[in-house]
Design a protein around this ligand. Structure first.
Ligand code: SAM
Ligand code: SF4
Length: 397
């Protein structure tokens, strides 16, 4: 296969409505390597060999982007997210060349948010200043827990001290906007353990906290050899007390696992949840892209790094045009994760479908107490958030 064959394959257009205005556009860049695979992780991450193929990978990412460019339809980028894997394994030189290449191909919004996922190890922290100088203006640091025993149970390679220092290192490097990823519901975790982690995180004053409940995912070590997790009652207590603690300290919950200080919600993630568009480049990256004729395409890239780097293979592994029937579910599956939901008019702006066609489904979901009875907004009740799948059933074809 020659280089020009590595691009997008379009399935036939399947929808018959049009969009008056295309949604905002973001870019996701996947870096698929980690020092070691964590036993709970089902992300597309692979153990790194001592020498990462940085140069080849950056070349491939830019070639991949080049081929997707027509799908931007002239839009500027409102956010970029380097996710992984562990993007902070890459040198500032490599990321600098990549960002420069992206900017040569596609305009950046003047207030673009550029986030990089980083692990708290010392090796990574030494690079924070250089990352900031590249224009990366937000870090997302994977702390998970501050307690040594919990970090060991999770198979993490950083220790509690490194976790504590990472926030200071980020701030000293010029990041006034950073997120900490924490997990709860960890093996043998008590309510006090979980709240202790949250208190330590709050003391470091991040602008944003992602607080995930540990889930056992198929194809992970934990799935095959499950650790002892807290009982449901304890999980419930952790959730309730944790939310209250975060609220007390000015971290407003705006999505299932996302909490932010005023004005610091993650723009990149908000774009996903409001059914915005995103390009996805890198091994296994997903994209969702709308075109003016109303076609909404989901596509995904070749998953294994060695295949993605193979010039004889296509970057793209698959694509699917969403049908009219699938659109309401797809839109609401994202939008109803947001604690405040979305303005009702966003539904037709993003899907091209009249919301009036779903009046009956809305009414039924409201009667069941799953959807708030507000004509101006689409928002789940607290019960609807808890039983989102039940709520979404009303919007299935
Ligand atoms: C792409 S991952 C990892 C980023 C970075 N490599 C790290 O581990 O810190 C993003 C976040 O998802 C969360 N996560 C990963 N696997 C999870 C699981 N099985 N259950 C709950 N949260 C998980 C972790 O908090 C992690 O920081
Ligand atoms: S949790 Fe993060 S560091 Fe661990 S394997 Fe997954 S992506 Fe890599």
């Amino acid at each position: 296969m020659n280089d020009t064959d590595r691009g997008l394959i379009f399935p036939p257009a399947a929808v018959g409505h049009s969009l008056l205005q295309l949604p905002p556009l973001a870019l996701y860049i996947h870096i698929p390597w980690c020092v070691r695979k964590c036993p709970y992780c089902d992300f597309n991450s692979h153990t790194a060999s001592p020498e990462l193929p940085e140069t080849e990978y950056v070349d491939a990412l830019l070639a991949d982007l080049e081929r997707d460019l027509p799908l931007a339809h002239g839009r500027e980028l409102t956010s970029i997210f380097f996710g992984g894997g562990t993007p902070s394994l890459f040198s500032a030189e490599a990321l600098g060349r990549l960002l420069e290449g992206v900017q040569q191909r596609i305009r950046f919004a003047s207030d673009i948010e550029i986030t990089l996922e980083a692990n708290p190890g010392t090796f990574e922290q030494n690079k924070f200043r250089a990352y900031r100088q590249l224009g990366i203006n937000r870090l997302s640091i994977g702390v998970q827990s501050f307690q040594q025993a919990k970090l060991e149970a999770l198979g993490r390679i950083h220790n509690g001290d490194e976790a504590m220092r990472a926030a200071d290192m980020a701030r000293n490097a010029g990041f006034d906007n950073f997120n900490l990823d924490l997990m709860h519901g960890l093996p043998d975790q008590s309510l006090d353990d979980a709240l202790g982690d949250l208190r330590q995180a709050i003391a470091l004053a991040p602008t944003h906290l992602s607080w995930y409940q540990l889930t056992l995912e198929p194809n992970t070590v934990f799935w095959n050899q499950p650790p002892v997790l807290p009982e449901d009652d304890t999980l419930w207590d952790i959730q309730e007390a944790g939310q209250a603690l975060l609220a007390e300290h000015g971290y407003g919950q705006y999505e299932v696992s996302a909490y932010a200080q005023e004005g610091r919600r993650a723009r990149h993630n908000l774009n996903y949840w409001s059914f915005g568009d995103f390009l996805g480049i890198g091994a296994g990256a997903h994209a969702k892209l709308s075109s003016p004729d109303g076609q909404i395409l989901r596509s995904w890239k070749t998953r294994l790094p060695k295949d993605y780097l193979d010039p004889k293979k296509s970057f793209q592994a698959g694509a699917k045009a969403l049908t009219v029937d699938e659109l309401p579910f797809e839109f609401l599956m994202n939008a109803l994760r947001l604690t405040e939901g979305v303005p009702a008019e966003l539904f037709s702006q993003r899907t091209g479908l009249p919301l009036a066609d779903f009046a009956k489904a809305r009414e039924q979901a409201q009667k069941r107490g799953l959807l708030v009875a507000d004509p101006e907004r689409l928002v789940a009740t607290p019960e609807g958030q808890l039983f989102l799948n039940d709520l979404l059933q009303y919007f299935l074809p």
